[in-house]
Design a protein around this ligand. Sequence first.
Ligand code: UDX
Length: 475
Amino acid sequence: CYPIASTHSTMLHHRFLLMLYPAQGHINPAFQFAKRLVSLGAHVTISTTVFMHHRIKNKPTLASLSFLPFSDGYDDGFTLTEDTNYTHYKSEFKRRGSEFVTDLIVSNAEEGHPFTCLVYTPLLPWAAQVARGLHVPTAMLWTQPAMVLDIFYYYFHGYGDYIAEKTKEASCSIELPGLPLLLAPRDLPSFLLGSDSNLDPLLISMFEEQLDYLDTETNPVILVNTFEELEPEAFRAVDKFNMIPIGPLIPSAFLDGKDPSDTSFGGHIFLPSDGYMEWLDSKPDKTVVYVSFGSFCELSKKQLEEIARALLDSGVPFLWVIRENAKEGELSCREELEEKGKIAKWCSQPEVLSHPSLGCFVTHCGWNSSIESLVCGVPMVAFPQWTDQKTNAKLIEDVWKIGVRVDHGMNEEGVVEKEEIRRCLEVVMGNGEKGEELRMNVRKWKGLAKEAVTDGGSSQKYLNAFLDNVGQESI
Ligand code: UDX
């Protein structure tokens, strides 16, 4: 594991280039990391695609932070939809991105202010490859739990057949080196099992390329948006990796409170609605259920109707984010929903989660949502959909014990029915033993998360050690 240093060196000479995959789940933690670096004295240049750059509504404005987008050939929009030509997209993304990174690193060096480190979010291994070729140290910023990276590593390094064989039985237990947790098929990242999404082949091939690239490095540095106490085994489970837990990466106002003005990631790709904070203000403490499925998931209309009925039947006040681009069409009970709860097209999620009225988060278990909920002390109804979300749900329910998972009650169409959703809501919101236990646990994890990022905390020490080594041979 990475050596722990006691202090960090002066950062004034450090120039970071942050290359970001164009997705909300990458942008938010990376922006937070960038703000942290700037607060310590570094200069940071953030780059993502032109299209994504223009979609981001409220970028942070800091003197030592600049944005320089690059064209992936789809400046008017590219979304991972079923009918896109993936092969063309992937090769253009890599070719144009590599040219951009090369030119930028070379020109900065020629102008006398070379980059001291390139940090990239997953699925951009070409950025690291270019930087390495130009002798610029690199680190990957992994945006999911450390455990998910371990699972991917083992899947591509000798355990693929074992996992495929084991998962023929739904009730099997999968055991992987260094991970004490036994996993059932329903706990694995969805890409390893094959789902009905046409995007899986593209994404699995991108993860494979990412892992292949890491294989070419001796001891790749991987910054992880987690903290040591949360995943004590996972970030040490693969000897090959130098995983450094530096999280949680969420705005300071909701975490250590050192910068009360830092209340947003600064990376919204959708415009937040009006009025939901005032609506929350009107509700008593710990009474509101917040429902959101992140920036990407599309739920079927049938599933949304079941969620709607469960919320209405349970009589709880709720704030539900239904994105503008959601394809579900009009819900049959939309009027009733608007009357009894609040529907928003997008919100500033950490602000919502830290509002005193929040009692429960019904979440798809995207990693950012999961860790934000934990930091804000809100227990969850875990409603995973795909990618890492199933593994995250397992951790939420069985390891940290801060939520209950719904998918026990799925019907043959794969829809979780309203009775099951209602049951979970009652457990989390209720005064029974289980609800009390969840609330007690989430308070504990919230405290540990804060400790990790305060002076002397584990994430703080790991970050300092990383910064001390930036630009040195050892990185
Ligand atoms: C994706 C994957 O789905 C997820 O599993 C993976 O871990 C990261 O990449 P996404 O689906 O968008 O991300 O979910 P999540 O990781 O939870 O990120 C969503 C981000 O958007 C969070 O930081 C959340 O605070 C923010 N958000 C969400 C808002 O600010 N407002 C909203 O209304 C909803």
